[in-house]
Design a protein around this ligand. Structure first.
Ligand code: FES
Ligand code: FES
Length: 237
């Protein structure tokens, strides 16, 4: 009797235990994958594709436009009856609906101060607030600070000190400086005031720089802007 094992593969399969069969199938598929160089591909099939849309990329439905509504704004002492959507910023309402383009749009996100206007005497960034929120408030833009024939003390000082180059930031600087002098006169302290219980009697250059720090000038005319605010303060003292 021969001790040779049969070479019949089907017989061999029949004789194999389930564990043997599982191991054999695994080795066969691994060998095939290696031969095709497709192991990384098999992984990639399971990994999320770089081009596949993520849930965050899902296309959101377009926002439903809110109907425009009538809004009355008091700008520079005159009433403007506008018809605007509630999402319109005060800056866009001034420039695009009221036609007052003196107020500038720099960053449109509250970082540069180019859009500074006064609301009830206080300076705000008009790009960060909605126009509909200001019904019944007193809005002052650079056009309302003075007439061309009679510039305000701050405007005069900016001209005399040549406190601008391109002039883009200037309307915001002038509105901010106007409110800055009013705040100082009212005893408001700043971040550099040594004793907030006793605001300084004189507006130092350090105080001016701090109080005007929300207004950026890409031309770098800061030295002359500080000098202009100092002069305007001296003129109003
Ligand atoms: S445009 Fe409003 S802060 Fe720059
Ligand atoms: S003068 Fe040009 S940005 Fe200020």
């Amino acid at each position: 009797m021969s001790n040779e094992r049969p070479l019949d593969a089907s017989r061999e399969r029949d004789d194999a235990s389930p564990a043997d069969l599982a191991r054999r199938r695994f080795l066969q598929s691994a060998a095939a994958a290696a031969a095709l160089g497709s192991v990384p591909h098999l992984h990639a099939q399971n990994a999320p594709s770089q081009n596949a849309p993520s849930p965050a990329d899902a296309v959101a439905p377009p926002p439903v436009p809110t109907p425009a509504q009538p809004v009355k704004l008091d700008i520079n002492g005159r009433e403007y009856a506008l018809h605007i959507e509630p999402r319109v910023t005060l800056l866009d309402a001034l420039r695009d609906y009221a036609g007052l383009t003196g107020t500038k749009k720099g960053c449109d996100r509250g970082q540069c101060g180019a859009c500074t206007v006064l609301v009830d005497g206080r300076r705000i960034n008009s790009c960060l607030t909605l126009a509909v929120m200001h019904e019944g408030r007193r809005i002052t833009t650079v056009e309302g600070l003075a007439s061309a024939a009679a510039p305000s003390a701050v405007q005069r000082a900016f001209i005399e000190r040549d406190a601008l180059q391109c002039g883009f930031c200037t309307p915001g600087q002038v509105c901010s400086a106007t409110a800055c002098l009013t705040e100082f006169a009212a005893g408001a302290a700043s971040a550099v005031t040594a004793d907030v219980r006793r605001p300084p009697s004189q507006l130092s250059d350090a105080e001016i720089r701090e109080r005007m720090s929300g207004n950026l000038c890409r031309c770098g005319a800061y030295a002359n802007i500080v000098a202009a605010v100092r002069d305007a303060h001296a003129a109003s003292a």
